[in-house]
Write a protein that binds this ligand. Structure first.
Ligand code: SF4
Ligand code: SF4
Length: 291
């Protein structure tokens, strides 16, 4: 199986639009995963049916038993996250939004009054699409461990893949923990960028990160016609870095219309859709996959 992650240095470059379009026009069945768990939206542009869901438990949360607690304050003094607060009655309680689940209070409490409890941090969904299974998730607001959730979404996708030849992941933007978890185990990454100062800055950081995984790197430049000079300098940068530019996508109002309608842009014929078909062909040629 070829595993490809579509990623971006910053949000808003069109990564999910590219993922949904490739999923729509790649021949044969594929397994899909939305690993942008902090802002999962691949399922908004790929018609799907959710078959099942299960809870995701992230880090634990401390809980103080007020009956056993003597109020010595040792846990509060040692909590590096200031998660232990006074109650109105003068006792102590854990603020779940601040607790990082480190377990120090549990270790230090002389009375055994602290218990580490599992905390539901989101949901993982198994859905079906016309192209194959889709694994996606919803992280609750304020919940951490998004890197761990990415691993679980990927694992769920792999379990549903059977003998499918291709796995396509909508990855997260940036270079943080979810990006690291997404890129691990991939064969290739398609970086989606745009000709803007911030996108080019973040592109360089993402390329640095990808180099650590020794995977093949491809690039797509979205809205390339809006800043032709910057697009040319991105191409120059890619040539120096030995990154294959699969193609460019022009600014096209049809993209917005497709997103609003909840479908891949390639469902209709438009300049962006045509560009994405060429990008698909360039990807297949680069991977040596017969069309
Ligand atoms: S360390 Fe234990 S006994 Fe002391 S305040 Fe904290 S929970 Fe209560
Ligand atoms: S588990 Fe760690 S972060 Fe949470 S309340 Fe205890 S010491 Fe603080």
């Amino acid at each position: 199986m070829i595993r490809i992650a579509v990623v971006s240095g910053k949000g808003g470059t069109g990564k999910t639009v590219v993922t949904a379009a490739l999923a729509d026009i790649i021949p044969g069945s594929i397994v899909l995963a939305d690993c942008d768990v902090d802002a999962a939206n691949l399922s908004l542009v790929i018609p799907h049916e959710t078959k099942s869901s299960r809870p995701y438990f992230g880090m634990q949360c401390a809980e103080i038993d007020t009956e056993t607690c003597t109020g010595c304050g040792a846990c509060r003094a040692h909590c590096r996250f200031d998660a232990i607060e006074e109650t109105e009655k003068g006792g102590l309680k854990v603020n779940p939004l601040l607790c990082e689940g480190c377990g120090v209070c549990d270790l230090i409490c002389p009375e055994g009054a602290v218990t580490m409890k599992p905390r539901m941090a989101g949901e993982i969904f198994a859905s079906s699409t016309s192209r194959g299974p889709l694994s996606h998730a919803r992280l609750f607001p304020g919940a951490g461990t998004s890197g761990l959730l990415v691993q679980e979404v990927k694992q769920a996708a792999l379990s549903s893949a059977g003998d499918m030849p291709l796995m396509l992941i909508d990855g997260p933007p940036g270079i943080g923990c979810p990006a690291v978890a997404t890129l691990s185990g991939m064969d290739a990454a398609i970086i989606v960028t745009e000709p803007s100062i911030s996108a080019v800055h973040d592109l360089r950081r993402l390329v640095q990160l990808c180099r650590g995984f020794q995977i093949r790197l491809f690039l797509v430049i979205n809205r390339a016609d809006l800043e032709p000079e910057m697009t040319a300098s991105i191409r120059e940068y890619c040539a120096g870095e030995d990154i294959l530019v699969l193609g460019t996508i022009p600014f096209d109002p049809a993209v917005l219309s497709a997103v609003r309608a909840g479908k891949p842009v390639t469902a209709d014929s438009s300049p962006a859709a045509m560009a994405l078909r060429e990008i698909r062909d360039a990807l297949y040629a680069a991977l040596g996959v017969p069309e």
